[in-house]
Design a binder for this molecule. Structure first.
Ligand SMILES: C[S@@+](CC[C@H](N)C(=O)[O-])C[C@H]1O[C@@H](n2cnc3c(N)ncnc32)[C@H](O)[C@@H]1O
Length: 170
């Protein structure tokens, strides 16, 4: 989570460099790892930066209930949505961009899920909405990576990733 936050430039790699000071809203598309991410960001950033908050999205209602409880216990500012992004019946991109003002998205999904047309559309629209998208372990083949952490198996995509291919980078 710390490596993901660093690769998304949410915490400084060198302590003398200030990270982005815009309000940060992090989403974990698929479960509650947003708690770990927020803890790292808010622990490592200085107090003059507005604390980051987050949104967790998963179709597993029990998992969302547990994550909601855990975030309360840990004092983490996060909202939780039970939502199936494969069906995407209520336009998750607009919900996250307009209602939750999400700026960064963390994703750990299988290659099969990443290749689904609905997921492809969602990830492409995230990049088009100027969000920073960080994928762990498996990466979409239809977006051009902008940064990677080889050791931690993380790749970041942004607004420049649309219409590119991974071959342009690797
Ligand atoms: C590999 S786990 C990742 C868990 C966590 N983000 C992590 O990094 O350890 C994938 C998660 O995505 C959720 N998921 C898979 N397909 C989904 C879908 N169509 N809609 C919502 N959540 C989904 C699963 O319930 C699961 O919690």
């Amino acid at each position: 989570m710390r490596a993901a936050a660093t690769l998304m430039r949410l915490i400084p790699e060198v302590t003398s460099i200030k990270p982005d000071t815009k309000p940060v809203v992090v989403c974990d598309l698929g479960s509650g790892d947003v708690i770990g991410l927020l803890s790292h960001i808010n622990k490592l950033n200085s107090s003059d930066i507005v604390a980051a908050n987050g949104v967790g999205v998963d179709y597993d209602a029990a998992l969302i209930d547990d994550a909601g409880l855990k975030s309360k216990l840990e004092g983490v500012d996060a909202k939780w949505l039970v939502y199936d992004f494969n069906a995407d019946e209520n336009d998750i991109v607009t919900q996250l961009v307009t209602n939750h003002l999400v700026t960064h998205v963390f994703i750990y999904l299988t290659p099969k899920q990443l290749a689904l047309p609905t997921v492809r559309k969602i990830l492409t629209r995230f990049c088009g909405s100027k969000m920073v998208v960080c994928c762990y372990k498996y990466f979409p083949l239809y977006l051009k990576p902008v940064r990677r952490d080889l050791v931690m198996d993380l790749v970041v995509f942004d607004e420049t990733s649309q219409g590119g291919k991974r071959e342009d980078f690797f």
